[in-house]
Design a binder for this molecule. Structure first.
Ligand SMILES: Cc1ncc(COP(=O)(O)O)c(C=O)c1O
Length: 366
């Protein structure tokens, strides 16, 4: 079977070895005569997988002592709501750095809760006016050091902008949505109070959300919320407060174990840099046909966006790419154009194939 060259933005491509391992173990997990998803989430067989997956998150990211790691459900969007519910007290405020569609949504959810709680969700900086073609810098943000936290995203999946170096915005607790670039490069977890990511881009299937948080920050969370909405309850139960998404977490284990075998974050960062550089080089070499609207210093290594001179040409480009076995290249409906998602499992050979196709398409389009 030939693998489709999958450039989907999420759910995205998964590494073939992680899928093959799942296939091999599918009907008879660890000699138990049943699949992993048929096991109780409270038996030793599943618990070993669960703890291995949590341990791999810690090991690969170098999570320092004093930090909790949990797997939650509800996607990154659930975090947009849980964060203000937990950490935005009545009379308090949270600062938001808005750099694209997802941070806009995160701010909107915080503002909704702020209305209920009698608090404030401020926009401290936004690049909306320029069409989200670059990331806001800390020196242009009007920050409130008394804020309960400041929220930003490391990578905006739809607009294709990314912080090449992760900034610190003032002195408030730093909270970051890393849904679309976590595990794609080295990371200093200690700079953040809370990091979260939906799994479905670099970690595994949808249905699992990873949260990494300083324990003392978790302890600041509001205590009068239903238990299921409190981070501390999930931490206290080792992510087994209720039935965990066991099969999803099992696949996360397979994906992270694959990443470890590859050499971890150092190795994947080098590979991701090379893939992105190859793609942007083709875009920039054909300015009459391809145009990336994002300023060079903010270009995402995970989601490269570009336009062709007309929607007709974009349609033709997408149709031909599909005929050549490349899928998932259509830009998000909000901004149109082309988007190439270059997550960890997107193989360098696929990017080479796409780059050759783009050169060929440019030659034929005159
Ligand atoms: C940066 C970012 N944040 C949040 C989300 C929302 O994630 P979910 O669908 O898991 O709620 C996405 C989804 O693509 C995303 O890319």
């Amino acid at each position: 079977m030939a693998r489709t060259m999958n450039f989907n933005p999420g759910p995205g491509a998964l590494p073939l070895p992680a899928l093959e391992r799942a296939r091999a173990e599918f009907l008879d997990f660890a000699g138990t005569g049943m699949s992993v998803m048929e096991h109780s989430h409270r038996n030793k067989v599943y618990e070993a997988v669960h703890d291995e997956a949590l341990g791999l998150v810690r090991e690969l990211l170098g999570v320092p002592a004093g930090y909790d790691v949990v797997f939650l459900q509800g996607g990154a969007s659930m975090q947009f709501a849980l964060l203000p519910m937990s950490f935005l007290p009545p009379g308090g405020s949270a600062d938001h750095i808005v750099l694209g569609a997802w941070t806009e949504k995160a701010h909107a959810e915080a503002a909704a809760w702020a209305g209920v709680a009698g608090a404030l969700a401020r926009i401290a900086a936004s690049t909306r006016e320029g069409g989200y073609t670059r990331v806001p810098r800390p020196d242009e943000a009007s920050l409130d050091d008394a804020a309960a936290y400041v929220h930003y995203a490391s990578n905006e999946t739809i607009h294709g902008v990314q912080y090449r170096e992760l900034p610190t915005f003032g002195r408030a607790a730093q909270v970051c949505d890393m849904s679309s670039d976590i595990f794609s490069r080295k990371l200093d977890v200690s700079a953040f109070s809370l990091i979260y990511a939906g799994a479905q881009k670099n970690i595994g299937p949808s249905g699992v959300t990873v949260v990494i948080a300083r324990h003392d920050f978790v302890e600041k969370g509001r205590r009068d919320l239903p238990k299921i909405l409190q981070y501390r309850a999930h931490v206290g139960a080792n992510s087994l407060l209720n039935t965990a998404p066991t099969f999803g977490i099992y696949i996360v284990r397979n994906v992270l174990d694959w990443l470890k075998g590859l050499g971890g974050l150092d190795a994947i960062e080098r590979q991701n840099d090379a893939k992105a550089a190859a793609l942007y080089a083709v875009i920039d070499a054909h300015p009459a046909l391809y145009r990336c609207p994002v300023e060079p210093g903010s270009r995402s290594r995970m989601n490269a966006v570009f336009r062709l001179p007309s929607e007709g040409l974009e349609k033709a480009f997408l149709a031909e790419a599909t005929r050549n076995g490349m899928v998932g290249l259509k830009g998000h409906r909000v901004i149109g154009g082309i988007r190439v998602s270059l997550y960890n499992a997107v193989e360098p050979a696929w990017v080479e194939a796409l780059a050759s196709f783009m050169k060929d398409f440019a030659r034929r389009s005159g």
